[in-house]
Design a protein around this ligand. Structure first.
Ligand code: NAD
Ligand code: ZN
Length: 358
């Protein structure tokens, strides 16, 4: 198909406090006594005031998701096996957390109905059957995972998402008040994922008016809250949540670029997390994104953020090769960033030099 026929999230509810409408939203989706399973970011595990707002009924269960590592295919398979053993069928999976928990929710929801291991479905359009009903509820803003058609997983041989028309959530609940407790450095790293999505989309060769409209708005919102405002308030949480949504919509119809391609290599080899990894790489990409990097550096300075340096120091040739292989494997990202001749522009030697600077 020449034009991408983009499958979107079915339902969106937005507004401060809208989380409390979740019970009503889930009611018609309950199938007999099959439970709703709530995946909750570990940050909330001892926050009783929050946990008591989860609309539990009957056999419903809260599963605390450990976010020390980004989602792995083995963990997805294990949680799926445990849920199947305990309940047989479930009515739905609700992911409450950041990109890690939302991706975990998408992946497990798909694996409840698809045979085998989630590693078998890392790639494009490999998922065979629709998953169970799934809901995404971000509690930190920036990744755009709430709107995307992928859930990024680290598997035995690669870090790659389950990209499919079955992957987007059936429902998302955008309640900016849930993000109030995010620690400022973490908030910045994840927010910059959104800012970088915008820069990569807006300067890419895949750009079109659809992506541009969302990307420009999302970038404008990021700049307003991180460069123009002097204190963080509820308005910032609201705007950042919508920036994340719009940034996700922007890349849905284009692609990300150099920062993501390079940071995937870091994540694969060193386990560097997505938000901070993108910041570490983007900080050194002035030759590719001069305006974006200049603004990024202003934001880092204004918010007094620590961007780690020297993380590839002392790595072996073999380790650099691993990162280069993972990175150059992301062909669409490079093509979007540098055009059809990207292989001549981004040679292994040039990429090695870039990795050495991180
Ligand atoms: P994350 O989900 O790992 O969360 C970051 C930290 O914030 C965690 O320590 C978490 O406990 C904490 N946190 C979350 N909500 C909080 C709250 N309300 N108060 C206090 N602390 C809170 O990080 P992330 O940056 O949101 O997501 C990164 C993940 O998203 C990666 O696995 C990446 O691959 C994935 N991702 C997916 C997509 C997609 O389209 N599916 C896009 C980009 C990134
Ligand atoms: Zn990203």
């Amino acid at each position: 198909m020449k034009f991408r026929n983009f499958k979107m999230v079915d339902y969106v509810v937005y507004g401060s406090g809208c989380f409390d409408q979740l019970g009503e939203i889930l009611a018609p989706r309950r199938k007999g006594d099959a439970p709703m399973i709530f995946f909750v970011d570990e940050y909330f595990q001892d926050k009783q005031a929050f946990l008591s707002r989860i609309p539990l009924q009957g056999k419903d269960k809260v599963v605390v998701i450990d976010v020390t590592y980004e989602p792995k295919t083995v963990t997805v398979d294990k949680i799926r096996d445990e849920l199947k053993a305990e309940f047989g069928e479930v009515s739905g999976i609700i992911g409450i957390g950041g990109g890690s928990v939302m991706d975990m929710a998408k992946a497990v929801a798909l694996m409840m109905t698809n045979p085998g291991s989630s590693a078998d479905y890392q790639g494009w359009d490999l998922v065979k059957f629709p998953g169970v009903y799934k809901v995404g509820i971000p509690t930190i803003s920036g990744t755009g995972a709430e709107v995307s058609r992928t859930c990024v997983l680290t598997g035995p041989t690669r870090k790659l998402g389950m990209n499919s028309d079955f992957t987007p959530f059936d429902q998302i609940v955008l309640d900016p008040s849930l993000t109030q407790t995010v620690e400022p450095n973490q908030r910045f790293y994840t927010a910059m994922d959104c800012f970088i999505h915008c820069v990569e989309s807006l300067t890419g060769t895949y750009l079109n008016a659809f992506s541009q409209s969302y990307g420009e708005k999302a970038q404008e919102l990021c700049e307003e809250i991180f460069l123009e405002k002097d204190t963080w308030d509820d308005d910032c949480d609201e705007k950042l949540m919508m920036a994340s949504y719009a940034g996700g919509m922007s890349i849905a119809y284009s692609q990300v670029g150099v920062a993501h391609a390079v940071s995937y290599g870091l994540a694969y080899l060193l386990g560097t997390k997505h938000g901070i990894g993108n910041c570490i790489v983007f900080d050194k990409l002035e030759e590719f994104y001069p305006d974006g990097v200049k603004k990024f550096k202003e934001m880092v300075k204004k918010h007094n953020i620590d961007i780690p340096q020297g993380i590839t120091k002392g790595l072996t040739d073999e380790q650099f090769d691993t990162m280069i292989n993972v990175s150059l494997g992301m062909a669409p990202l490079w093509e979007n960033a540098l055009g059809k001749d990207w292989k001549e522009i981004m040679t292994r030697e040039r990429l090695r030099k870039l990795y050495e600077r991180l």
